[in-house]
Design a binder for this molecule. Structure first.
Ligand code: AMP
Ligand code: MG
Length: 265
């Protein structure tokens, strides 16, 4: 029986090493045909599970997506969330903080965006940027960002204690694959808009980013908020893996329709 949930899970309280991951591997899946078939089933199942979550109205699901530029965060949302009811799903994309965001602590805007009961919240980037880009570019001193791993663990534990199931995905592509995707953005007219010279500049910091990801995942994969590391060079595998982990996690929630509030007899 394939078990992506187990195989891609970053074990809690263990250092995480990116060099151990083969970004083009497809664990628990033979080929693209198999992946597409399984994805279809997962999308149908997800739509039912989301409906149940909404009907129950007592708990929430928070999906965190992180990855390097061109890692596939947008594509994952477009594909894996495509069959969900927009009424119960909330996507938040976190950008460079501005305005009121800058005048508050780094978790302020994040807490404000967490899903309410019955909802699935999807974070396209997240509070982890505050130990990723912020660390890589020294946007705050080390004494400040070092404390954030513990703060993030505490914050996520509080959300979990309040009925939020948290699932975090690190979409990992190789440096070569990133180059291919940037080139595609330059060559394909429909993708030109995605190209940003800033991304090429960021690529120079690849090793610093990888070190920051290793710490974020090693220090913040917890039983109440697990990290999953997704080999993401192959988009069909990435979509399969994310969908399957979502389905399995939501199955484990044992969601059920509530008792009708009126006497139906
Ligand atoms: P994109 O996801 O391509 O729209 O880009 C969003 C940009 O916002 C990325 O370059 C992120 O690194 C940046 N960003 C997101 N959160 C933060 C943060 N807390 N501090 C600084 N930059 C951030
Ligand atoms: Mg970008």
């Amino acid at each position: 029986m394939p078990n992506l949930l187990r195989d891609l899970h970053a074990e809690p309280d263990r250092p995480f090493r990116i060099s151990r991951v083969n970004t083009s591997a497809t664990p628990d899946c033979k080929n693209k045909d198999e992946a597409l078939q399984r994805l279809e089933k997962n999308l149908d199942r997800l739509s039912v599970l989301q409906y149940l979550l909404y009907a129950e109205g007592k708990r929430s699901v928070l999906v965190v997506l992180q990855g390097i530029d061109a890692g596939g965060k947008d594509g994952t949302i477009r594909n894996v969330m495509s069959r969900m009811n927009p009424q119960g799903v909330h996507v938040t994309a976190f950008k460079v903080p501005e305005g009121a965001e800058k005048r508050h602590d780094y978790l302020w805007r994040v807490h404000n965006a967490v899903p309410g009961h019955g909802e699935i919240g999807i974070f396209n980037r997240s509070h982890y940027e505050d130990v990723l880009v912020v660390r890589v570019h020294n946007l705050v001193p080390k004494t400040v960002w070092k404390k954030r791993y513990q703060q993030i663990n505490d914050f996520e534990q509080m959300l979990a204690d309040s009925g939020t199931t948290i699932i975090k995905f690190f979409l990992l592509i190789s440096k070569d694959e990133q180059k291919r995707r940037f080139e595609e953005r330059l060559e394909d007219k429909t993708k030109n808009w995605k190209f940003s010279p800033g991304d090429v500049e960021e690529r120079k910091y690849w090793d610093d980013y990888m070190a920051a990801f290793e710490d974020a995942i090693g220090k913040c994969s917890k039983p109440w908020a697990p990290w999953y590391v997704i080999p993401a060079d192959r988009k069909w595998y990435r979509n399969l893996a994310v969908s399957e982990i979502l389905v399995k996690t939501m199955e484990n929630m044992k969601l059920a329709y509530p008792q009708p509030s009126a006497d139906l007899s």
